[in-house]
Design a protein around this ligand. Structure first.
Ligand SMILES: NC(=O)c1ccc[n+]([C@@H]2O[C@H](COP(=O)([O-])OP(=O)(O)OC[C@H]3O[C@@H](n4cnc5c(N)ncnc54)[C@H](OP(=O)(O)O)[C@@H]3O)[C@@H](O)[C@H]2O)c1
Length: 171
């Protein structure tokens, strides 16, 4: 089954610029799966993170079949602070150059009626999650001349201070 992205021959190779591996957190659907496919088109091997293993497994199968990249699935709940250690373990030793934190909890409905659990979940996934992910992943990026962070992974200046002047931080 084709997932319909552009031919790898027509797009730039990212591994030469950034290193071979990218992490996409929140990859099981939506923008995250689109980021994963676009990175695979450009030759990046991928660590895919989300809670639903079936969706991750299907995406992994598609990306391997279409682009021949290496793909690892890591089933994690990014609302649980314990995810950071598991994520660090999952990327240990990889030539990591790109991180996309796309995961988000975005409940729909009147804000004033939002229950406390929804507010907490939003803070856990949307605020604490990217900071913990960054702290877990930065050790794999610090020696890179160039790295790319995408998502809510920190204000631009802080990310640049952490990783180096050639780091790009796209929001
Ligand atoms: N789609 C758009 O057109 C658009 C435009 C502008 C901005 N945005 C923003 O971009 C963000 C992502 O949008 P989207 O459309 O890609 O959302 P989505 O389709 O709902 O996907 C969210 C992703 O995050 C993962 N996720 C959510 N909670 C998680 C958790 N606790 N642990 C691990 N993974 C978790 C989900 O995977 P699991 O459920 O499998 O865990 C899923 O892969 C949102 O903040 C949205 O507001 C979207």
């Amino acid at each position: 089954m084709s997932i319909g992205w552009r031919s790898p021959r027509r797009v730039r190779s990212l591994p030469n610029a950034y290193g071979g591996w990218a992490v996409v957190a929140g990859a099981s659907e939506g923008l995250g799966s689109a980021f994963a496919a676009q990175l695979a088109v450009r030759g990046m091997d991928l660590v895919l993170v989300a809670r639903r293993p079936q969706l991750l497994a299907e995406l992994k199968e598609q990306l391997i079949a279409e682009y021949g990249v290496e793909v690892r699935c890591v089933v994690l709940d990014l609302a649980d602070p314990a995810f950071a250690e598991a994520l660090a373990d999952a990327v240990a030793g990889l030539d990591l150059g790109i991180v996309v934190y796309n995961a988000a909890f975005t409940p729909v409905g009147p804000f004033l009626e939002a229950p406390d659990e929804e507010i907490s979940q939003a803070v856990d996934v949307n605020v604490r999650g990217p900071l913990l992910a960054l702290r877990a992943l930065v050790p794999g990026l610090v020696n890179r001349i160039t790295a790319v962070l995408m998502g809510r992974l920190l204000p631009r200046k802080a990310a640049i201070r952490l990783i180096g002047r050639n780091t790009r931080h796209l929001t």
